[in-house]
Design a protein around this ligand. Structure first.
Ligand SMILES: C[S@@+](CC[C@H](N)C(=O)[O-])C[C@H]1O[C@@H](n2cnc3c(N)ncnc32)[C@H](O)[C@@H]1O
Length: 285
């Protein structure tokens, strides 16, 4: 018989205190309507650390043992939904328009390396999609060029999944049969492993996007993908993240955000690009 776990109720003051703490550490903002969601996610951690109240859990996070538990908190509260070739019109615009122009940018500054940042990469589907596209262009557009895809996330759990690189058919649903055959080894029914040639293009790193000073160490990029995470941030955090991206992009570099994440109201040095059924941004120099 399954063990029934009775969760302590989360009071409004508990919720507000946790919400403010999470916002300060991650930029993720939980509106009041999300109290139930947060309560559900955190109830699991209370059981995990054997603490009876949310106040006690917050004290643990703020205390000397807080750093380790913070990693678990990030795993619990993040939404990691993703898939290969997500938002096909934007991925196709990357393949047809952004990639050739980004290569030209790198060459114009005398570099033989193209650098792409997949910021908030979740379990790896996005950076491996970009790696597939680059691998397919290695003897044409990218001849004589190296490619480095830096893929970052706040959750150690999804980064471990990305490192493993093993996926089921649901997340691969947008790929064609030939793409699957070219880039994956079939391990067993419904279990596909990314080929080593793709893995070697992708470097995975733990980066919290609200630790803005960490961006510099990643170096500069011709292209930044940051899709489907800005929606969790409020305006103040979005502006700081976008400023950070602006600094890390080469002049005329590209920023691709999620399809519901228009950033042009912030007007901080990007111009809008229209693609077929998709949008992107380009750094003004
Ligand atoms: C919905 S997924 C998006 C994945 C991928 N970019 C895509 O569009 O398919 C959002 C990701 O953002 C990550 N995330 C949330 N807050 C973050 C932060 N402050 N720093 C870095 N990553 C964060 C989550 O862990 C999650 O994996």
């Amino acid at each position: 018989m399954a063990l029934q776990v009775t969760n302590p109720p989360m009071s409004l003051p508990d919720f507000l205190a946790m919400r403010d703490f999470i916002y300060a550490r991650t930029g993720i903002y939980f509106a009041e309507a999300k109290q139930y969601f947060l309560e559900n996610r955190l109830a699991r951690r209370l059981v995990g650390v054997n603490i009876k109240t949310y106040q006690g859990y917050l004290e643990l996070l703020q205390g000397p043992m807080g750093k380790e538990e913070l990693k678990q908190l990030f795993i619990e509260i993040t939404t990691n939904e993703t898939s290969f070739w997500r938002n096909p019109p934007q991925i196709e615009a990357f393949q047809r328009i952004v990639l050739p122009e980004a290569i030209a940018l790198a060459k114009a500054k005398g570099s033989s390396k193209l650098r792409i940042w997949s910021a908030a990469c979740s379990s790896g589907e996005e950076p491996y999609t970009l790696a597939m596209i680059c691998a397919e262009a290695k003897d044409t557009l990218l001849k004589g060029m190296l490619v480095e895809i830096i893929a970052t996330d706040i959750s150690e759990k999804v980064l471990a999944q990305a490192k493993e690189g093993i996926y089921g058919s649901y997340t691969l649903r947008n790929l064609t049969g030939p793409q699957l055959k070219q880039h994956f080894n079939l391990l067993s029914q419904d279990c596909y492993e990314v080929k080593p040639e793709l893995k070697q293009l992708v470097s995975l790193k733990l980066v919290n996007l609200v630790e803005y000073s960490a961006y510099k160490a990643l170096g500069s990029f011709e292209v930044i993908f940051c899709r489907n995470v800005l929606i969790y941030f409020d305006e103040a955090v979005k502006i700081k993240v976008l400023r950070g991206f602006h600094e890390q992009l080469q002049p005329k570099g590209f920023l691709l955000v999620g399809h519901s994440e228009s950033i042009h109201s912030f007007n901080i040095g990007f111009e809008l690009m229209h693609f077929t059924k998709a949008m992107g941004y380009r750094k003004r120099d």
